[in-house]
Design a binder for this molecule. Structure first.
Ligand SMILES: O=P(O)(O)OP(=O)(O)OP(=O)(O)OC[C@H]1O[C@@H](n2cnc3c(O)ncnc32)[C@H](O)[C@@H]1O
Ligand SMILES: [Mg+2]
Length: 172
């Protein structure tokens, strides 16, 4: 099965691969630079969800694939602080797009205040860790969970939620 993933980010590509392998879905995965058509730093559940759906549906229109994943990170304000949030969408020809959320953690105030001032998390994390490309590696979630859950594992979980729901709806 030809499947697209709407990103060239290694953490996202690896996540889709791992989830498809664990579901024993034989596939060729095509990474596509799909626009999220939302802001660089989505600031609500709704905007982050829209980013995930837009990426997945863009891939279906642009590439000769049967289905496509869109994965999107963002943040949202809560009464308990600014939370890192993540969503994934699975679009398939002739079917309703499936959308699921993943793990969420509170960001430290030193990070949150920079985001409220308009910086994007990718840059803030590079500055904070004094290392490049955190977002393609362990991600903010990996840093702040001491490496126990990295960005790939977090997005793998979301991709499994999507594939599992697709299988359920096929069988029922
Ligand atoms: O190439 P793409 O697919 O766009 O991957 P990305 O790393 O930019 O990821 P998103 O666009 O989904 O994330 C939206 C913003 O949040 C940042 N971000 C989200 N999760 C992050 C994480 O775990 N670590 C570092 N930055 C993160 C990211 O840099 C963007 O500015
Ligand atoms: Mg991005």
């Amino acid at each position: 099965m030809n499947i697209a993933i709407g990103s060239k980010n290694k953490a996202k590509i690896n996540a889709a691969k791992l989830a498809l392998d664990s579901a024993e879905l034989i596939h060729t995965l095509f990474p596509i630079d799909a626009p999220s058509s939302v802001s660089d730093m989505p600031f609500s559940d709704e905007e982050t969800m829209r980013g995930a759906v837009n990426r997945a549906e863009y891939c279906l229109l642009q590439a000769d694939v049967e289905m496509a994943f869109g994965l999107e990170g963002g943040v949202t304000e809560t009464p308990y602080g600014l939370y890192l949030i993540n969503y994934g969408a699975l679009a398939e020809k002739g079917k309703e797009t499936i959308l699921s959320g993943g793990a969420r953690i509170k960001l430290p105030e030193i990070i949150a205040s920079k985001l409220r001032n308009g910086q994007v998390l990718g840059n803030v994390m590079e500055e904070y860790c004094k290392r490049e490309n955190i977002r393609s590696k362990e991600g903010a979630i990996g840093i702040f969970t001491n490496g126990l859950i990295d960005r790939t594992e977090m997005f793998t979980h979301i991709c499994k939620l999507l594939i599992g729901q697709r299988q359920y709806s096929q069988d029922n």
